[in-house]
Design a protein around this ligand. Structure first.
Ligand code: NAP
Length: 484
């Protein structure tokens, strides 16, 4: 390459901020396009009552800037948002971010081997490389339920919380009992006059202690960077050896141990036998994303809370009709119904080689070679994109490893070992074939409905052990890329 590489990063959430830090560290020229007025991605958008990270905060931290200030083992969402804002300021990234300028198109030119990336403002940059840090749990999914539009009161998705709406003393209907719905239940049980939790499928709920860190602990981490790093690494290791490994085999001992722990929790916490059986799941634990909660079982036993099982029949002007045909009068409806997880960069227009649209390349379903690159779309990298380990490893560690891989490939272009970064179609197909076979053996494929499954019912995430991911990301296999 006859010049220093240049970049466009799409999104200033967790992965986009990490990209900015690493690109800045190398002194590269880059622009980050962000659709909103500030950074933070999912932590900016999700502000629902009870929001917290259910992964330990000391894991959910950048390895290059650990945080001694976390207040809890699993800290509240606002604190995580503050962390991302602080990192953005500390590394002085704001001048590189084009806020409120969502990317509308990325167009590849084979002649000069560059991307033209254009925001909604009309501003364009012409760069060598594009890093898509657009997130996965990003586009709300609102199911089609008869009469949904007819409800007269406020109705909103959990990721679009309307803070103008008074909750105190109201009759609230909450649709969905995923990780989000469970956290909202815990927060609203004491606020609402009545909280009706519409639960289509019972969840496996794993208990977690609400550990608040003391001032002494935080002071020790502030003054001893090694202590903080050791804790981060040991927690990460335990997570990767434990939960991340257990999901790779639906019949593993670790899955049985999760079942035992959750069953014991259910049996000892829920006093009413009828409610206990209602909440007992009938599929393998961790098949859906495991719910981790310190207060859901307390909340559902409060007099103000009712769990309504089954498929909702319809919604009308005044409430929800349940599977039995019973009408529940409501003032507010919250849809904690999850996300469309197959969007990634879409709806932006991404045009690769020979004018091929990414939408067409992904017309069956999105996929990416080793979760990062796509044949026909040179010099485009995805962080936490298709086939990433979204359900098993730490998303931050994943993004950091994918960034290392990306920058390793950029180095190969800079050193003229590669003309562009373009995985061969054969390598991508072989990876996908092997991935699908492994995915069929994971716990996610043991027979439940979840956002981990693609349109064929095959889990779309990375189904191999963590060590394989780390090894693959450590150095690109040149033979899988088009050579000069
Ligand atoms: P989700 O896991 O996809 O759950 C959606 C819920 O909505 C499920 O209970 C689902 O029922 C229900 N639902 C969907 N369509 C429905 C319909 N037509 N009628 C009735 N119920 C319907 O979404 P989420 O809870 O927002 O969580 C998404 C992911 O975000 C999580 O899995 C997790 O990875 C992440 N998250 C993380 C945290 C954290 O603390 N780290 C917190 C929140 C979310 P079924 O189960 O029957 O399909």
């Amino acid at each position: 390459m006859d010049h220093e590489p240049t970049f466009a990063v799409i999104g200033a959430g967790m992965s986009g901020i990490a990209s900015g830090v690493k690109l800045q560290e190398r002194g590269y020229d880059f622009t980050i396009f962000e659709k909103a007025a500030t950074v933070g991605g999912t932590w900016r958008e999700n502000t629902y009552p009870g929001i917290a990270c259910d992964v330990p905060s000391h894991i959910y931290s950048y390895s290059f800037d650990l945080n001694p200030e976390w207040s809890y083992l699993c800290s509240p969402g606002a604190e995580i948002q503050e962390y991302f804002e602080r990192i953005t300021d500390k590394y002085d990234l704001r001048p590189q971010i084009r806020f409120e300028d969502p990317v509308v198109s990325c167009i590849w030119s084979e002649d000069d081997r560059r991307w033209t990336v254009t925001g909604a403002s009309g501003h364009s940059v012409v760069v060598d490389f594009v890093i898509a840090a657009t997130g996965i749990l990003h586009h709300p999914s609102i199911p089609t339920i008869e009469g949904l539009d007819t409800f007269a009161g406020p109705l909103f998705h959990s990721a679009r919380w309307d803070h103008e709406v008074e909750l105190d003393g109201k009759r609230i209907g909450l649709v969905g009992t995923g990780s989000t719905g469970v956290q909202i239940t815990g927060a609203l049980a004491d606020v609402a006059a009545e909280l009706k939790v519409f639960m289509r499928t019972a969840q496996w709920v794993s208990p977690v202690d609400q550990v608040a860190y003391t001032e002494e602990e935080k002071q020790a981490w502030r003054t001893d960077a090694d202590l903080l790093r050791e804790m981060h690494e040991s927690m990460q290791q335990a997570f990767n050896d434990g939960f991340a490994t257990s999901v790779l085999d639906g019949k593993s001992d670790l899955v049985s141990a999760i079942a035992q722990r959750c069953t014991e929790y259910l049996d000892t916490q829920i006093a009413d036998p009828e409610l206990r059986e209602l909440l007992r799941p009938d599929y393998t634990p961790a098949c859906k994303r495991l719910v981790i909660s310190h207060n859901f079982y307390d909340a559902v036993q409060k007099p103000s809370v009712t769990v309504v099982p089954g498929q909702i029949r319809c919604i009308d002007e005044t409430g929800i009709v349940d599977a039995e045909g019973v009408h529940h009068d409501l003032d507010i409806i919250v849809m904690a119904t999850g996300f469309q997880v197959d969007r990634f960069l879409r709806p932006m227009t991404v045009v690769g080689r020979d004018g091929v649209l990414l939408d067409d390349a992904w017309s069956d379903r999105p996929s990416a070679y080793l979760s990062v690159t796509v044949p026909g779309f040179p010099n485009l990298f995805m962080l936490n994109g298709p086939n990433s380990p979204v359900g098993n490893f730490s998303l931050i560690q994943t993004a950091e490893l994918q960034l290392d891989y990306t920058l390793g490939l950029v180095d190969m272009v800079a050193a003229e070992q590669l003309a562009v970064v373009a995985p061969t179609a054969e390598a991508a197909e072989a990876f996908e074939e092997e991935r699908v076979e492994a995915a069929k053996k994971t716990v996610w494929a043991t027979g439940c409905r979840s956002w981990y499954l693609d349109d064929r019912g095959i889990p779309f995430a990375w189904p191999f052990p963590f060590d394989r991911f780390r090894t693959e990301m450590a150095e690109a296999r040149l033979s899988d890329y088009e050579r000069v």
